[in-house]
Design a protein around this ligand. Structure first.
Ligand code: ZN
Length: 82
């Protein structure tokens, strides 16, 4: 079973689809039992989506406010320090 630290380190790869199938399964299993990591990964997912929108890679044309992005980035930094 993965630890919360593993999840923190793997979250970026998981969201960009760089994990092997076995790793993805272990990752998802941890998210199912750990509320903290579950929240962390969904926040990270939102942050990455916002950043993509900011850099114009989305065709939705919907821009996210800078404040919202900064808040999310701060959240990620806070989580990483723990
Ligand atoms: Zn965890």
């Amino acid at each position: 079973m993965l630890t919360c630290k593993d999840i923190n380190e793997m979250a970026g790869d998981y969201l960009s689809g760089d994990l092997t199938v076995m790793k993805r399964i272990s990752f998802k299993l941890h998210l199912m039992v750990c509320k903290h990591c579950n929240r962390y990964v969904s926040q990270l997912k939102i942050a990455l989506a916002s950043l993509k929108r900011m850099s114009g890679h989305s065709d939705s044309g919907e821009l996210c406010s800078e404040e919202e992005v900064n808040k999310t980035l701060q959240f990620i930094r806070d989580n990483r320090e723990k």
